[in-house]
Design a protein around this ligand. Structure first.
Ligand SMILES: O=C(O)CCC(=O)C(=O)O
Ligand SMILES: [Fe+2]
Length: 375
């Protein structure tokens, strides 16, 4: 139904029906989410909801706990490091191949993953961020080991002072940092991975992802950072030459995730052009959303049987495989004030950055760029 082919254009704009739904959920006041339209795995009755949803697999807790203990380097003594139950894998008839694993990562693994990404990998100048596009990023010099050790007033000088003002670290970490690339350094402008040998993918994160999802060889990842009001416009991830599963891990505030395989996407004549005012973009480079316009909310555009809106929580994973691998998807909203308490003291209770996670959502989107060589 949605096979990748060489013609799939990474620059293509999402079809009108998907853009319409995205706009609707983007503008919806968070308090007024219609529960009937949002697939919410926090709902105790979700298993019984029937309605196309089924449990297709269970990941045994013993296997998961062994993977987590290796990731945590034997430091998982605390109870929140243990999976106490097997993790259910759900699939919905609307989006074949999309698997949802609610609560996959225990809190201690979420905190450790956040630390590896932001306290370690962000300090590696080989890992490019959106800040590198326009600013000289100051190096991390010992004894500092991360940007979270530098004074918040540290200045990032713009490449072109006529175009961009200098930024201070506080603004970078609290708002302006939107993405970091790991492994193959994806180019958001050309929407290609470079032909040069990729930056080595962080081994512990590769082992974590592969330990849970043996179907993928992690070669590249986008680490998205969302602040309150940020969103991610609908897009397809079609730059990879491998059709291997894409793995998405989320930490922090809840978000709405929209995904569609609708075949009803023939262009509708009266549809307005893509609304770039919301995100300043028509494709999937994460960027800050402009101020939300006050609008009268009309009735939601109908969700057809090929479209889902899912509430994603901290610790949840999505696997986009099969037909869903090339589906249109986006994040119309990050829901404010939903960050779990167990992240509130990250990076440490005595750090001046404690509370940083408050309004944040971090998503690690892991991809395999190239097919594995034949054995
Ligand atoms: O933040 C998310 O949940 C989705 C991110 C995404 O789709 C991407 O990075 O391509
Ligand atoms: Fe994506």
């Amino acid at each position: 139904m949605n096979q990748k082919n060489v013609e799939m254009d990474a620059h293509a704009a999402a079809p009108p029906s998907v853009r319409r739904l995205y706009r609707h959920y983007n503008k919806l006041p968070p308090g007024s989410l219609p529960p009937s339209q949002v697939l919410d795995f926090g709902d105790a009755n979700v298993d019984a909801s029937g309605d196309g949803l089924r449990v297709v697999d269970r990941l045994p807790r013993d296997r998961l706990n062994a993977v987590y203990a290796a990731f945590l380097d034997g430091t998982s003594g605390s109870r929140d490091g243990d999976c106490t139950k097997d993790v259910k894998v759900y699939e919905h008839a609307s989006i074949p191949g999309l698997r949802v694993l609610p609560g996959l990562l225990p809190p201690v693994v979420q905190r450790a993953l956040l630390s590896r990404l932001l306290l370690r990998d962000l300090s590696n100048p080989a890992h490019k961020t959106n800040i590198h596009l326009h600013y000289s990023v100051p190096p991390i010099d010992p004894p500092s080991s991360s940007f979270f050790d530098l004074p918040p007033s540290t200045v990032f000088a713009p490449h072109d002072p006529l175009v961009h003002k200098p930024l201070v670290l506080r603004d970078v970490l609290c708002k302006k940092l939107r993405w970091m690339t790991l492994g193959g350094q994806y180019n958001w402008t050309t929407k290609r991975y470079p032909d040069t040998p990729p930056v080595p993918f962080p081994k512990d994160i590769k082992d974590l992802v592969r330990g849970i999802f043996p179907s993928i060889d992690p070669q590249a990842a986008i680490c998205n950072a969302y602040s309150p009001g940020d969103a991610l416009a609908p897009h397809r991830d079609v730059s990879e030459a491998a059709d291997t599963d894409l793995i998405s891990l989320s930490i922090g505030c809840d978000a709405l995730f929209l995904i569609s395989l609708s075949p009803n996407d023939a262009v509708v004549a009266e549809d307005p052009p893509p609304d770039q005012s919301l995100t300043g973009q028509s494709s999937n480079q994460p960027s800050q959303k402009r101020r939300r316009k006050k609008v009268e909310m009309g009735p939601p555009p109908p969700l057809d049987e090929y479209t889902l809106v899912i509430k994603i929580r901290s610790g949840d994973a999505l696997v986009m495989g099969g037909d869903s691998r090339w589906a249109w998807h986006g994040v119309p909203q990050v829901l404010p004030d939903t960050c779990p308490e167990y992240l509130s003291e990250w990076p440490s209770p005595d750090s001046s950055w404690a509370g940083w996670t408050g309004g944040k959502r971090v998503n690690l989107n892991v991809r395999q760029m190239f097919p594995r060589p034949d054995p």
